[in-house]
Design a protein around this ligand. Structure first.
Ligand SMILES: *Cc1c(COP(=O)(O)O)cnc(C)c1O
Length: 389
């Protein structure tokens, strides 16, 4: 089988030592050895979430983590404000509706990030505090939009509702400070910026959220986070965990910290800039607005007359480069190029070169090497990066 290059916004290209960790003999999840593994994973995740609070790991995809966060925090009839900026934000709102919450939506145009001033106006209008929960997306994978969670934090804190953050494709790739910024529940998953296989959701729960959970009445069993916290005290999980994936995540997190958190943030930022520049030079139109660019996924419309779906198929079949299609209303309209995973500069340049070849096959005229030249320019002019943003 020919090797292909996975540049999806999850799952991502996983490094060989991480894959090999999944081939280790299984261990008893009720023994001390498992408790040590769990502790290591949690200690490695704490600085990435920026929290001293409990971090629970759960055998599920990211969506299970969102469901867990939601069902533990609220009661049927609770009024929640969904601040969706795309398909994944809509999914979070759908989970809330499924469990009987009354969801109100703050609409944002596609490609645009949530405006702190607009959110502030919306929350200020809620003088009698009907809204008990706010659903936020750190990084919206369907449109390649990243919200400024630092700027949004004081706005939601002033209102006081419980804030749940989907940071599944955001966490690890850029700075996040759950405790300093005051977010109550933050959800992530193994298969995005942490570059491990899919199968584990991570849920960080702050003190205010634990208090709310004691009173929340949505039924829950598998995803009962109170139970997960009890088990965690004994170095365990309530149910049989995906042990092999935890072994892989353990190795992935060791690699993450060996590279260094700020170096990882810088890498994602630099890669995303290079991909945007490369695609733009080939006639693509970037979907996200300049102040809203994601560092983990670039969403772009192909050049005029190029059908996204058949272009992606040709790129995959002829050149072995796997990019993602659009979701929902954007299905068949855009391509999404992930920057996460065990990929290096050469991989990105290879993929951008393949995009150019695939366009040439479709007889789209471009200056030869335009895409890779623009990307190389961005990759080689790494600017110093303002982490205090
Ligand atoms: C990938 C992703 C999800 C869904 O995760 P699954 O693991 O597929 O359930 C949710 N939200 C965002 C922002 C994502 O990128």
């Amino acid at each position: 089988m020919k090797k292909s290059l996975l540049l999806l916004p999850g799952p991502v290209t996983v490094a060989q030592p991480v894959l090999e960790a999944m081939a280790r003999p299984l261990i008893n999840h009720r023994d001390a050895e498992f408790g040590e593994l769990l502790d290591r994973v949690k200690s490695a995740l704490a600085p990435v979430f920026g929290t001293q609070s409990d971090i629970l790991v759960c055998g599920s995809s990211g969506t299970g983590g969102l469901e867990a966060a939601l069902v533990n925090c609220f009661s049927p009839g609770d009024v929640l404000l969904s601040c969706s900026v795309g398909a994944f934000g809509e999914r979070f709102a759908s989970i809330a509706r499924t469990y009987g919450c009354a969801v109100e939506s703050l609409e944002t145009a596609p490609g645009v990030a949530l405006d702190p001033a607009v959110l502030a106006a919306c929350l200020d209008a809620d003088g009698d505090r009907r809204i008990t929960g706010i659903l936020l997306t750190h990084n919206e994978t369907s449109t390649g939009v990243q919200n400024d969670m630092r700027a949004l934090a004081p706005v939601v804190s002033r209102h006081g509702a419980l804030t749940l953050v989907d940071s599944i494709s955001g966490l690890g790739a850029s700075e996040f400070r759950m405790d300093d910024w005051g977010y109550d529940v933050v959800v992530s998953a193994s298969q995005k910026a942490f570059a491990a296989p899919p199968g584990i959701a991570m849920i960080a729960v702050g003190e205010r959220a634990w208090k709310a959970m004691a009173a929340a009445r949505i039924p829950r069993f598998y995803f009962d986070l109170g139970r997960a916290r009890e088990s965690k005290r004994a170095g365990q999980t309530p149910w049989t965990p995906p042990i092999s994936i935890l072994c892989a995540l353990d190795v992935a997190l060791a690699r993450y910290h060996a590279e260094g958190m700020t170096a990882v943030w810088e890498r994602h930022e630099r890669y995303a800039r290079a991909v945007r520049a490369g695609l733009e030079a080939l006639g693509f139109t970037i979907l996200s607005q300049p102040s809203a660019h994601s560092v983990t996924v670039v969403a772009a419309f192909p050049p005029e007359g190029v059908p996204a779906a058949s272009f992606l198929k040709h790129l995959r079949e002829r050149y072995g480069v796997v990019l993602a299609d659009g979701q929902g209303k954007l299905h068949g309209k855009i391509v999404r190029f992930g920057t996460m995973g065990d990929v290096r500069e050469g991989d990105l340049l290879g993929a951008i070169g393949a995009v150019e070849l695939a366009l040439a096959d479709l007889e789209v005229a471009a200056t030869p090497g335009a895409g890779t030249a623009a990307a190389i320019d961005r990759l080689s002019t790494a600017r110093s990066f303002d982490y205090a943003r």
